[in-house]
Design a protein around this ligand. Sequence first.
Ligand SMILES: [Zn+2]
Length: 267
Amino acid sequence: MNKAPILSRCFGFFLLAVLISGCHTVPETGRRAFTILSVQEEITLGSEAFAEIKKAENISSDQEKNAMLQRVGERIARVAEVDMPQAEWEFVLFENDAVNAFALPGGRIGFYTGMWKVAENEEDIAVIMGHEIAHVTARHGAERLSQSLAIMAVGIGVQQAVRDRSKETQMAVMLAYGAGTTLGLQLPHSRRNESEADEIGLYYMARAGYDPRVAPTFWEKMEAHAGGGSPPEFLSTHPSHGRRVQDLERAMPRALDYYRAAGGAVD
Ligand SMILES: [Zn+2]
């Protein structure tokens, strides 16, 4: 028996194992998502990556922004805790002009000081914080990583299948496969994850007592700041602005119920 069939069979088993073992339910939306990492593995990966980022970037000493970041982070993490009790929350402010924030698997969250060029108050920061914390509890990082691993495994399988063809055919198939997976699978999933983080984030901020109605206005300010320079939705990892506001409006009644229950004044 030659080696290739054994190798293909191994990948077959690997894929099967992955598909059977790996699924979790996203909190709030109830979507079933594919994962091969445990929460503990996510926390380990996230904390290692965050340690590297903290070494490489400038940590800000701006007291006012730092205090706001910790306050909003703790308030929202407290309501999100039920969805991921093991999470290790950490909120760090980096001195950087970019209007950006990011979340790592397991609970590490970074904000750039540039975010305050658009965010005018604590509610605006809560919109972003809700969105980033939602990426963590929905386990989007683990989902993306699991997808990439599965795509890689299938890619090796495809390569095996065309290994007797000419080099040109092999190249063409792999290129088509690469483009197909990026546009057909990876980006739509990522856009879906962004919309999902918007929705869950809206519920979180409302439960933490921040008025969710500021969210559509905040994203409008973000859009205005980008100066209409965002790429068309098809190639972008973020939902188009109109779509984003529409989705938020759809989630708003439920968010307002949470806000009311948290003691917020709606009428
Ligand atoms: Zn996001």
